[in-house]
Design a protein around this ligand. Structure first.
Ligand SMILES: C[S@@+](CC[C@H](N)C(=O)[O-])C[C@H]1O[C@@H](n2cnc3c(N)ncnc32)[C@H](O)[C@@H]1O
Length: 324
């Protein structure tokens, strides 16, 4: 029997999303001082609301590529009027809807929201039977079912082994390839059962469902999440004012590595251990506000178990680079 209690799922109307590392983000973005902000991952608007409520002069641009987030944003627009602007777009298009040096603070809270996880039709959850879709923006790209049926072995390995960090990736990939054309890869429950069987079934006292890692890897792959992150970081930096703060919450070690390397590069530090570049070859246009990531407190993890793998990194812009 599966004994974990990590993810809950209930009827979408009863769901809310608890914003992660909220106080920590506000402590560094300092919205009470007033300014222009961007929340590039609006979700349920938890962080956006806190920023707008902190000072009645604040203005905020929110982005999300999930059309349902856009519907939630309509309520915010009614409440905050001209101070709130929602852009229905992927954040990697940030440069199309913002100007250079527009914002005092920019937030990215990566991944998916509880709204998305709990809505069966989005096909993210192995607890709710539905077509396995997993697109953040269902208007674009390939569904997870299509990916599982058609991707090359190499792409499946990247998704399951690298993005999912599934130790038994070899068995999972083979099981996926064997199941092609049988219908098993079409729905969340049948795909989850297939993965569980491939990794050796569900063990008692297991903290997470055996399909968790594979599902995460597939989601990251079909949405191009790592590529989007690498694209948005320089654009976000470009649209920050000098003195402005970029705050990024990530949930996956590969995401965090991209964020950490970008922030180190901007602040003139070696990007990684193998970086042999000389100090005078590096740009130094920012400072890392903390050299280490900030993690949720024990209390936060207890009250919101989904926050357990979150980490926050922060960068303050010192000057505008001529190029990135
Ligand atoms: C963890 S949720 C954000 C929750 C939000 N901070 C809150 O407190 O309600 C992440 C959101 O980012 C959105 N998202 C993820 N990748 C995106 C991208 N490339 N472009 C735009 N939105 C994206 C997802 O659709 C999701 O709504």
């Amino acid at each position: 029997m599966y004994c974990g209690a990590v993810e809950f799922v209930c009827s979408p109307s009863a769901v809310s999303h608890i914003p992660v590392l909220l106080d920590e983000c506000m402590g560094f973005l300092r919205p009470e001082q007033g300014g222009a902000f961007a929340d590039l991952t609006f979700g349920g608007g938890g962080h956006s609301r806190k920023i707008l409520d902190a000072n009645e002069e604040n203005v905020l641009m929110a982005m999300d590529c999930d059309p349902d987030a856009g519907k939630r944003a309509e309520e915010m627009a009614l409440k905050y009027g001209d101070r709130f602007r929602f852009v229905d777009s992927a954040f990697q298009n940030l440069d199309r809807s913002s100007s250079p040096e527009e914002f005092d603070g920019i937030l990215l809270d990566l991944g998916i929201s509880s709204f998305q996880l709990s809505q069966a039709s989005k096909g993210f959850s192995f607890r709710l039977d539905a077509p396995i879709d997993m697109r953040l923006d269902p208007r674009e790209g390939m569904s997870a079912a299509e990916f599982l049926e058609t991707a090359s072995r190499e792409s499946l390995v990247r998704a399951v082994r690298d993005y999912g960090e599934e130790k038994r990736w070899f068995k999972v990939v083979n099981a996926i390839l064997d199941a092609r054309g049988t219908g098993e890869l079409q729905r969340t429950l049948s795909a989850a059962n297939l993965v569980a069987k491939a990794v050796g079934g569900v063990r008692a006292r297991q903290r997470i469902h055996p399909a968790t890692k594979t599902f995460q890897g597939i989601r990251i792959a079909i949405n191009g999440e790592l590529e989007s992150l690498a694209t948005v970081l320089p654009k976000a930096f470009h649209s920050l004012k000098v003195g402005g703060v970029l705050a990024v919450i990530s949930f996956h070690s590969l995401e965090d590595r991209i964020v950490k390397r970008f922030m180190r590069k901007m602040s003139g530090r070696p990007e990684h251990r193998g970086d042999k570049s000389f100090m005078d070859e590096r740009v130094c246009v920012a400072e890392m506000i903390k050299s280490k990531a900030i993690f949720p407190s024990k209390n936060e993890v207890l009250s919101n178990p989904k926050s357990r793998s979150a980490r926050l990194r922060l960068l303050r812009k010192k000057s505008s680079p001529r190029f990135l």
